[in-house]
Unconditional design. Sequence first.
Length: 364
Amino acid sequence: MSLQSKIRNRLTGAGGNDPRLLVDLSAWHRRLVESEGAESPWRGETLPQIYRELGLPIWQVARPWKVEYPGLHVRKEATATARTLTVETASGPLVWRWQRDSDGIWQQRGYPVTGAADLPAAVLWARAQSYSLDTAGLTEMEAEIGSDGVLVIELPAHPATQVARDLIGWERASSLLGEPAIALILEALANSHLDLVTALAQLAPTFMLSPDDLGAGVFPTAFLEDYVLPAYSTTVAELGEYRKKLLVRSLGPVDGIAEALLTAGISGLTNVAADGPGSSAGAISARLGERLVLWGGISAAALCPPEPPEAFQRAVQEAAADSAGHSGVLLGLAGPLPLNADLDRLRSVSQWLLHESGSESQSI
């Protein structure tokens, strides 16, 4: 069986425990390409080349779409360390700001909606938002990956996440999500999002990834039940028409929402982290009857100096012990990978897992 088939089996619950380790290097590689001044022994290599050198299954994420705002004036400004997006509406401007941190990761620092007075402009922004396909290079990506891994389509964030995380910010979201205008914004965003999902589902890749970072923020219970879960159910149903699967990025602990997300029909959560006793991937998977794939459990920080290589080995050993006997757990990184990560540690870990499996033929 090819690595591609094995990964599909793991992520669809079709059985098997191979591969045990799957690492998403896509965002790290994208930042490496953007950071022209950063020194790296991997510069100039394609992502599949890096995976093959490390002896790891290939997981490549593509964004074959563009977002547009017909009728609105959009201005983008960028330096090496800062980005600004301004959208002019008839009710005023909306401004997003990001800064690149020392790890090369872009962090949002400014939000367009700071109070109820900004919501009329946000309604116009949401109603103007549309998507178009941009599939240039997709066939070439699939050909380079071959049977050594999978190509994954990244969706735009779901409407609720666009509003709470990107438009308002998690810290202020709870104070504004009850405003009447929020329902109008969500309705408009949902329409354009579903149109894109339908178009993307007709492409070849099996898996769609929603970058919602659910472990990083908290939706009020009523908002979760009224908007978040129904939106996932709608997406899952649409993808199911084309035999495609939905994964959701968590980037944090998911103990409080995993069961609800399972009922919404998603296939798995990525970048899962533990947050105290009983919140590990193994513990959650056991409670859910191994019905939801939980992928993560290993600290990305342990891959980076000045942490010694032994720290990463310990992190993997602990995660491997937690995942033992749980078909719903797939080992991977629990957070974004900094640019200074020592990827050679991944090579040594894959060799250790191979030895632990007791089968020289098992792929990692």
